[in-house]
Write a protein that binds this ligand. Sequence first.
Ligand SMILES: [Zn+2]
Length: 158
Amino acid sequence: MTEIAKRFESKVERIPFMECWVWTGATHERGYGVIGRGARGEGNERAHRLSYRLYKGEIPEGKVILHKCGNTFCVNPNHLEAGTQKENAADTKAMGRLKLPNNSGENAKWAKLTLEQVKEVIAVKGGKRGIGAELAKRFGVSKSTIYQIWSGNNWQKL
Ligand SMILES: [Zn+2]
């Protein structure tokens, strides 16, 4: 395994029930994971693009990598596909219809969290490794709950 592949693996958490591979490394402000290319001055690469290259091969020229699952922080290669910018926009629209199990209202796994706490979770998405576990512990919920909040499918009503 190459050095960058090892670093990539060390920043991924696999959450069985949602199948997404959650990026625990640094994130771009728009929610994409980023990883340093290696040497100083080489800059960052988007984590999902790296995942595609590591597991599926080179990205066809002019193509962007789309998230079929709708979770921008996901780096599961099986959830990624190469497409055009136009398809990307269509995808983003379709994402609104993709739902995780019903967690609204009374069913909400995080009903014990206050609105302020949920907002705090959303605000700290990404960043340092282990932050999901830390928040889960602090608020007394499971890590999955934190990831679901981050996935953004259940808090439109906030
Ligand atoms: Zn995914």
